[in-house]
Design a protein around this ligand. Structure first.
Ligand code: XMP
Length: 532
C-alpha cells in the first residue's frame, strides 16, 4: 500500500476566504465562527505566518485577533507593514487594533488606562462604515492594559470610552478598520453587526457561504480522492463520526464500510440509533461488533478511573482493528481498503497547530492479521468546520435529530460514570436512571440550554433510606447538569426545581436500589464535568 498521501479533501480553494490572524488566547476561533455566522468563509492562520504567504491566498479580508501580549513587550508578535499596504481590507481587534495603530504611526501607550469587562462605548460617528445604524451608546467587552491615544494619519476616530480616547478608527480609503474591544463576544451588544459592517460594507464581500456548499464540495473532493478504492469508518454514536460517515457515504456509497463497536457502555437506545436509524437514514454498510462481554470481563474488579479508561481504550482499539482486518480480508480480490474516515473538526486542527491535512495514521500492530506496513490515508471531511456547522451538515444530510443534536458524551461512556467497579447490573441501573433524566430534560425543553448532564452512579456508596414501610440501603445517583461554551470551563445549570423534583421522584420510584438523587452544584474549575 502506498504511503504517499494526497491532501485531505478541503475547501482550501474557496475564493472568498477571510483570514483571521491568531495572536493567541483563543479569540481567533470565536472570531472565525462569527465570520461564518455572517455567511463568509473564514480560516485561522498563526501570527507567525509570513505576510507574503497570507497574501498569496488572495484573502478577501484579514482580521487581526486580540491576544495576551502588549505591543511593547519584547518578543510580542508583530506584523509586516506590507500587510496594510496590499489593498486587502483589514480589521484589527484589541491587540490587533493596537498593533495596527502602532505599525501605521499612531500612538499606543501604557498610561494605566486599563479596562476589563463590560464597558460603555461612545460612538462619535454614527454613519461610519462600522457603526452605521447602531446606537451612539453601546456596551462592549474590553480587556486591555495599553491604550491608543492617537490614531494613525488618515484615520477617523469613530468611538471612545470614558478612559480611552481612541476606541475605534476607520480609514475607508485604505479599507483599514480597528476597534479596541472584542466585538466577537456576546457581551459586546452590537458586535456581530459591526463585524458584518466590516465584511459587507468595508470589504465588500457578499454573504454567500453556507454549509450546503460544503456537502457539494466535499462529495466531489472525496470522489476524486478515493476513486474506486475503499474506505472504512468507525462510528462512535457521536455527531462527528456520524456526519463524516454520512458525507463519505454520499460520495462513494458502498465503497465505504462503517464499524460500530458495541462496548456495552452506551446509554439506553443509543446503539439502536446507530444500528437502525443511522443506517436507515444513510444506507451505509455497517458492521456491528458485539463486544459487551469482552469489555465487562476486562473491566471486572477495576475501580480506578485511569485504569478503567486505559482498559476501555485498549479493548476498543483491539476490537476495531480486528473488525478492520476482517473487512480488509473480505475485500481481498476487490479494490483495496486504503482510506480511514475521521470526524476531525476545525478546533482540533487549529489546536494541534493547524496541520495541512496530509497526516498518515499508522495502524496499531497489536492484532494479528494486519499487514505490517499498513497505513491508511485519512479522509477528514469536517476538518474545516465548527461543531455547529457539522450539526447543520448532518441535518442537511437527513440524519436523525437525536444523533445530530446529541450532547457531548465521553468515549469511555458509562464506564466512567460509575464510581466504582463496572458491572452489567450497575450499567443497567445507570442506563435506567440516565434515560429518565434525559427524558425529563427533553420534555422540559432544556436540551439546548444545558451543555450536557452526566448522570452518575456512586456504586461504592450506600446510605439509609425509607420506602414504603421498609428501610432501604441504596446507592445515590448524582445529577450533573452544566452550562458551557466549550467544556473547558463550565457552571452548574440553575435548573427549575420542578424538573429536578420530577427527575428525583421518578428515579427513586422506578430504579431499583437507588434511594437518593443529589445535585452537583460545583463549577469547573474546580470540579470537572464528569465524575469518574
Ligand atoms: P471533564 O470531565 O474533563 O470533561 O470536565 C470535559 C468534556 O470532555 C468529555 N470527556 C470525554 N470525551 N472521551 C471523550 O470523547 C473521553 O475520554 C472524555 N472524557 C471526558 C466530557 O463529557 C466533557 O464534555
Amino acid at each position: 500500500m502506498s504511503s504517499a498521501t494526497p491532501a485531505a479533501a478541503s475547501p482550501d480553494t474557496n475564493p472568498d476566504v477571510v483570514l483571521v490572524v491568531d495572536f493567541g488566547a483563543q479569540y481567533a476561533q470565536l472570531i472565525a465562527r462569527r465570520v461564518r455566522e455572517a455567511r463568509v468563509y473564514s480560516e485561522i492562520v498563526p501570527s507567525t505566518t509570513p505576510v507574503a504567504e497570507m497574501l498569496a491566498r488572495n484573502p478577501r479580508a484579514i482580521i487581526l485577533s486580540g491576544g495576551p501580549s502588549s505591543v511593547y513587550e519584547e518578543g510580542a508578535p508583530r506584523l509586516d507593514r506590507e500587510l496594510f499596504e496590499a489593498g486587502v481590507p483589514v480589521f484589527g481587534m484589541c491587540y490587533g487594533f493596537q498593533l495596527m495603530a502602532e505599525t501605521l504611526g499612531g500612538t499606543v501607550d501604557n498610561t494605566g488606562a486599563r479596562e476589563y469587562g463590560r464597558t460603555p462605548l461612545h460612538v462619535s460617528r454614527n454613519g461610519s462604515t462600522l457603526f452605521e445604524g447602531t446606537p451612539a451608546e453601546q456596551s462592549v467587552w474590553m480587556s486591555h492594559g495599553d491604550a491608543c491615544s492617537a490614531a494613525p494619519e488618515g484615520f477617523a476616530v469613530t468611538a471612545s470610552t470614558d478612559v480611552v480616547p481612541v476606541a475605534a478608527f476607520e480609514n475607508d480609503e485604505k479599507k483599514l478598520y480597528g476597534v479596541q474591544y472584542h466585538p466577537e463576544v456576546m457581551h459586546s451588544t452590537h458586535g456581530q453587526q459591526i463585524l458584518e459592517h466590516f465584511l459587507y460594507r468595508g470589504a465588500g464581500i457578499e454573504p454567500s457561504w453556507t454549509t450546503g456548499n460544503v456537502i457539494e464540495e466535499q462529495v466531489a473532493a472525496i470522489r476524486e480522492q478515493v476513486g474506486d478504492r475503499r474506505a472504512i469508518c468507525g462510528l462512535s454514536g457521536g455527531v462527528d463520526s456520524a456526519v463524516a460517515a454520512a458525507l463519505v457515504q454520499r460520495a462513494i456509497g458502498d465503497q465505504l464500510t462503517c464499524v460500530y463497536v458495541d462496548h456495552g457502555l452506551m446509554r439506553k437506545g443509543e446503539t439502536e440509533q446507530v444500528e437502525k436509524d443511522f443506517v436507515a437514514a444513510t444506507g451505509v454498510q455497517l458492521k456491528v461488533v458485539d463486544a459487551q462481554e469482552r469489555f465487562l470481563n476486562a473491566l471486572a474488579g477495576v475501580s480506578d478511573p485511569e485504569e478503567k479508561r486505559k482498559i476501555i481504550g485498549r479493548e476498543f482499539i483491539r476490537v476495531f482493528e480486528q473488525a478492520q482486518a476482517e473487512i480488509i480480508a473480505e475485500a481481498s480480490g476487490d479494490q483495496p481498503v486504503e482510506f480511514l474516515v475521521q470526524g476531525t473538526l476545525y478546533p482540533d486542527v487549529v489546536e494541534s497547530g493547524g496541520g495541512t491535512g496530509t497526516a498518515n495514521i499508522k495502524s496499531h500492530h497489536n492484532v494479528g492479521g494486519l499487514p505490517e506496513d499498513l497505513e491508511f490515508k485519512l479522509i477528514e471531511p469536517l476538518r474545516k468546520l465548527f461543531k455547529d456547522e457539522v450539526r447543520m451538515v448532518g441535518q442537511e444530510l437527513g440524519l436523525p435529530e437525536e444523533i445530530v443534536q446529541r450532547q457531548p458524551f465521553p468515549g469511555p461512556g458509562l464506564g466512567i460514570r460509575i464510581v466504582g467497579e463496572v458491572t452489567r447490573e450497575r450499567l443497567d441501573l445507570l442506563r435506567e436512571a440516565d434515560a429518565i433524566a434525559r427524558e425529563e430534560l427533553t420534555a422540559a425543553g432544556l436540551d439546548r440550554e444545558i451543555w450536557q448532564c452526566p448522570v452518575v452512579l456512586l456504586a461504592d456508596v450506600r446510605s439509609v433510606g425509607v420506602q414504603g414501610d421498609g428501610r432501604t440501603y441504596g446507592h445515590p445517583i448524582v445529577l450533573r447538569p452544566v452550562s458551557s461554551e466549550d467544556a473547558m470551563t463550565a457552571d452548574w445549570t440553575r435548573m427549575p426545581y420542578d424538573v429536578l423534583a420530577r427527575i428525583s421522584t421518578r428515579i427513586t420510584n422506578e430504579v431499583k436500589d437507588v434511594n437518593r438523587v443529589v445535585l452537583d452544584v460545583t463549577s469547573k474549575p474546580p470540579g470537572t464535568i464528569e465524575w469518574e
